[in-house]
Design a protein around this ligand. Structure first.
Ligand code: ADP
Length: 262
């Protein structure tokens, strides 16, 4: 469809746009160097009071720069795909600790795994990255805490958005991540899958999370949908084609270990 074509063109533009990320990164480095320089001048003059703020500012910039490169790395890892029949509930269970640590104690995580869930033939590392990104977005949307629900089911698109008729028929399973956060405006929903679209401050959002998830779902023969209401919360569902046959046990540890550094 026209939509998919546009999305594909945007994904192609990603390569060119990484220049923009390099620019953001450079800004953060400049901030870091500037603060270190001020620190050095103060030390050289023996003015040792109130030095903390320079250190803290430099650390903050460094941390944001590190998170930027981590996300960029996660994004480029997208290219190396290794799809295998995977037990999704098991994969999610293996990530629960990581997700809890990621969202922090103010957010309750509830995992509702459907019994008899079909396996899906996917790249486990990519799905882990997707769930991690969705959880980070959920956390960012719930600064005062709330609830994060991850629910799997043997079902194709919910008809909530009322626009699903053009999709191919088939047997699909869903992985839905719901938060009780700010919700998204119609404008944000419209642009959310665009690479580098973000409403977050410089250095905090890359705008790559949802576009990566979109790419992953489409490459896996599936779909992603956003159901969101301002002031109520957001549900983002990934729909994946059912794999006919048994799942092999996913070798998740390595992928989880790399995801944990994001
Ligand atoms: P990033 O998180 O780096 O901004 P994403 O592609 O993951 O990039 O998300 C794009 C934008 O979509 C976010 O900046 C935010 O405005 C919005 N968004 C994504 N997930 C949520 C959510 N769970 N709740 C509210 N807004 C969201």
């Amino acid at each position: 469809t026209q939509d998919q074509l546009r999305q594909a063109q945007k994904m192609e533009a990603v390569g060119q746009l990484t220049g923009g990320l390099a620019h953001d990164f450079n800004n953060l480095l400049t901030g870091m160097m500037g603060n270190l320089e001020l620190l050095q001048m103060r030390v050289a003059r023996g003015r040792l009071d109130d030095l903390d703020r320079f250190v803290l500012a430099a650390q903050g910039a460094g941390r944001r720069a590190a998170s930027l490169t981590q996300r960029l790395l996660a994004f480029s890892r997208r290219q190396t795909l290794d799809p295998k029949p995977t037990e999704i509930n098991r994969l999610i269970a293996g990530m629960e600790d990581l997700l809890r640590r990621t969202v922090g104690p103010a957010i309750d995580i509830e995992v509702v795994g459907a019994g008899g869930l079909w396996p899906a033939c996917i790249d486990a590392g990519q799905l882990e990255n997707a769930l991690l990104n969705l959880s980070i977005n959920a956390r960012d949307a719930m600064p005062d805490g709330g609830r994060l629900t991850i629910e799997t089911a043997n079902k194709w698109l919910d008809d909530r958005s009322g626009r699903e008729r053009d999709l191919p028929p088939g047997q699909y399973l869903s992985i839905c991540v719901t938060d009780t956060g700010t919700g998204m405006s119609a404008d944000t929903i419209e642009r959310a899958f665009e690479p580098f679209f973000t409403t977050k401050p410089l250095g905090e959002g890359t705008g790559l999370g949802l576009s990566m998830i979109y790419g992953f779902a489409r490459q896996s023969g599936g779909q992603v949908r956003i159901y969101s209401e301002l002031g109520i919360g957001t549900t983002i569902c990934i729909y994946l084609p059912r794999h006919h046959g048994d799942a092999v046990l996913p070798e998740q540890e390595a992928a989880i270990a790399t995801a944990a550094t994001v």
